[in-house]
Design a binder for this molecule. Structure first.
Ligand code: GDP
Length: 195
């Protein structure tokens, strides 16, 4: 799946702009700075690829990347920045809801949580949105290299407790480090086994 060309396809601002639903896709959500771009780059092995979605103006877009010919990786930026005007936030949330409940080819969402900080209120909100849309989501704890060995079990336990409240949560939690590569092959193979 990840063997072919990886490319930025487009940034989508309305449902009408979505690419044709001709292959499966997975999406990635997370607060800004959680390490989402870095993770997408690590998954595809292309540094700088997902930077596009971090540039100003792209932060309220649904950003599509190809990973080979049979998969879209979908970057859902845009939550957890309190500075945006309410009208912008509302427009974004509307699009996000429409996307999550309307995209037939969406197989799974990955909700990225900073391994050092745990689940925050904005994360809870996106998880509730995923529950409502009945999109199975899997939690990815990022920056594992920054989490001390002795704290890992606790982070996992606390996260597991938070997930227990969400019917759409997939029970397995992933611990990743894009820096060291931990968990990246596992995440790749999870995506590869989705149908
Ligand atoms: P995004 O806003 O979620 O796309 O976050 P970025 O991918 O831009 O990452 C935010 C910051 O966290 C950057 O300074 C990254 O270098 C850093 N970062 C991302 N992943 C890791 C990781 O696995 N380990 C460590 N130590 N830092 C990371």
């Amino acid at each position: 799946l990840f063997a072919g060309e990886t490319e930025f396809v487009k940034g989508v601002v309305a449902m009408s702009g979505l690419p044709e639903a001709d292959r499966m896709e997975v999406c990635f959500a997370g607060r800004s700075n959680v390490g989402k771009s870095t993770l997408i780059n690590a998954l595809t092995g292309r540094k700088g690829l997902a930077r596009a979605s971090n540039t100003p103006g792209r932060t309220q877009e649904i950003n599509y990347f190809t990973a080979g010919d049979d998969l879209y990786l979908v970057d859902l930026p845009g939550y957890g920045y309190a500075n945006a005007p309410l009208s912008v936030v509302e427009k974004w949330q509307r699009l996000l809801k429409q996307y999550l409940s309307g995209r037939q080819t969406l197989r799974r969402a990955f909700v990225l949580i900073d391994g050092r900080h745990g689940v925050k209120q904005v994360d809870e909100e996106i998880m509730s949105l995923l529950d409502s849309a009945a999109v199975t989501f899997q939690c990815v704890l990022t920056k594992a290299d920054k989490v001390k060995e002795k704290d890992r079990q606790k982070v996992l336990d606390v996260t597991r407790a938070a997930l227990a409240k969400h019917p759409a949560a997939y029970p397995e939690i992933l611990l990743t480090s894009s820096e060291k590569g931990d968990g990246i092959p596992t995440l790749r193979s999870i995506i590869a086994t989705l149908e």
